[in-house]
Write a protein that binds this ligand. Sequence first.
Ligand code: ZN
Length: 370
Amino acid sequence: MDWDFELFRHHGPLGLPFHFWTVFAFLFGITAGSFLNVVIHRMPLGESIVTPPSHCPKCGVQISLFRNLPILSWLLLRGRCAACSQPISPRYIAVEALTGFTFIAAWLRFGENSPGSAIAAAILLAGFIAATFIDFEHFIIPDEITLGGVGAGFLLSLVAPELHRVTTVLEALRSSASGILVGAGVVYLVLRLGKLLFGREHISLPEGSRILFHETGVKLPDKNISFEEIFYRKSDTILFEGRHIELADRCYPKATIRLSPESLRIDDETLSPQSEPYLAAESDSFSLPREAMGLGDVKFMGAIGAFLGWKATLFSLMFSSILGAIIGVSLIAIGRQHWSGRLPYGPYIAAAATAWIFGASAVWDSLFNR
Ligand SMILES: [Zn+2]
């Protein structure tokens, strides 16, 4: 981005200076960031993102429009609610500023040649910000973002051929369609394959070992593992073949046991783990859930393909796994490897796709296309 001073004169849409629109992108971005804060807070809880109007999460008082100005209000109130003076998370101002700078970046990257691509890129990056913050906290990316992104990406291809690096609308639509198929398809394959190869961590136990489940975790002969370390997602499931299985009020000679945060299955019988305070069994192996990716990532990559085309999805898959490996090795180096299972995969994909938008696509071309 060289500072071409011509761009301060009349070179942007509607005959206005290009950098008028750069400033506009920032102001629009921080406002969009304010909305993303609502999305990040409410969408995973299944609440409406439109009503009720913004209110303080601590005291519930409604926040007036004047007190709800992006960035400024947080600074003026020094990060506290005007009514109850309780601190408001710095995440709010961070998301607003990040979105503002992201929109500037999208404008500087595409604005001159293809304003439509700048808008589409800004929408995609806003989706990345929401997905990243939600995934870190809840280990899901809501369908509204992923499936909504598939639809939005396909439609925006009509005005954003540059984002697909093609010249005609027809080519852009074709790129979007193949991007959805390849993106979702390839992550789905990796997910299936991963389940077969290393979806679970097996723990071998001495024959006839006693496994005891208590309120907060699992007691094995040589160690205690807390449920907090095992269950990150609702779908995570402990699986083992047990003998001499005892519940509080009955026993089973032999059965396959599957325990997830929300269900306990003994062969085909489904019980609620909350109503079974005691479970003990004999077994000589034990498997714990360890999955990097989920179905949400399949849909997420489909959305990335819809915006950026199929090459971007292959790049994002490869580069995200490299990023994941770097973070994994770094965590081992600082003695925090137990964190790695707690990191969702979506943010790595978003980071890789962002790299694609801002230059990695050119590197790909120089490697494979010429
Ligand atoms: Zn308050």
